[in-house]
Design a binder for this molecule. Sequence first.
Ligand SMILES: Nc1ncnc2c1ncn2[C@@H]1O[C@H](COP(=O)(O)OP(=O)(O)O)[C@@H](O)[C@H]1O
Ligand SMILES: [Mg+2]
Length: 245
Amino acid sequence: MSAIITLKNVTKHYLEDDKNLLVLDDINLEIEAGEFFILVGPSGSGKSTILRIISGLEKDYKGEVILSKDMTVSDTSFVFQQFALLPWMTVFENIELGLFSKRMDEKTRHAIVAQELKQFGLEKFAHSYPKDLSGGMRQRVGIARALAPQPKIIFMDEPFSELDSFTAEELRKELLQIWVERKPTIIMVTHIIAEALELADRIAVLTARPARVERVVKNNLPRPRMTRSTDFFHLEDQLYQLIRP
Ligand SMILES: Nc1ncnc2c1ncn2[C@@H]1O[C@H](COP(=O)(O)OP(=O)(O)O)[C@@H](O)[C@H]1O
Ligand SMILES: [Mg+2]
């Protein structure tokens, strides 16, 4: 298998009070096509910064981010922690937004939006505005908008952190189902180790700031992951110890 994304010696400083603050310290990663890859690390370690660099949102860094040859940035989508929906647009219009960059007529666009509404159980809310939805429904719209253009890679920055734990659990299940059906590459960031273990094929464990890759752990727990099993707890402990030795 060849990597869909490679990071080579990625290093990043922010300027803070006239001083250079080292945030990312020589990050090297290879992510495979179709993989569910998660970066886990403490808050403030630099997780969002890595995701912003990989996705092209942040251009000021040293080192290299290499996309596989058949890929451009337009084959990627982003799901944000705070949902980032446009409040003056309906659910339908928010999902449709992801499609305007693709060359397609209105009829095709609308058919795709209708299909995503159905997939996410949002049909009843098509003409509602984001403010009238629960957090879980808003993030379903956020994910539907990201998926509508059929991206090869989806970046997700703590997409479930703003949700209560029951809703987060449901959305994780829905996301896994979609990942199995459509097989995009997913690159997600979280500070919750159990979430990483429930979802990921491989987990990059980051140190506190400045972020270095402490280790990349292969998650061989059989799917669907039994989140109350001894094996699960055992691996969870191991990951905790990597972060807090
Ligand atoms: N625009 C910025 N200017 C200065 N410092 C920043 C900026 N963005 C983030 N930081 C700092 O960089 C560190 C990493 O931030 P971030 O990538 O958001 O971490 P995480 O997502 O892991 O919580 C934090 O300590 C944060 O304060
Ligand atoms: Mg963050």
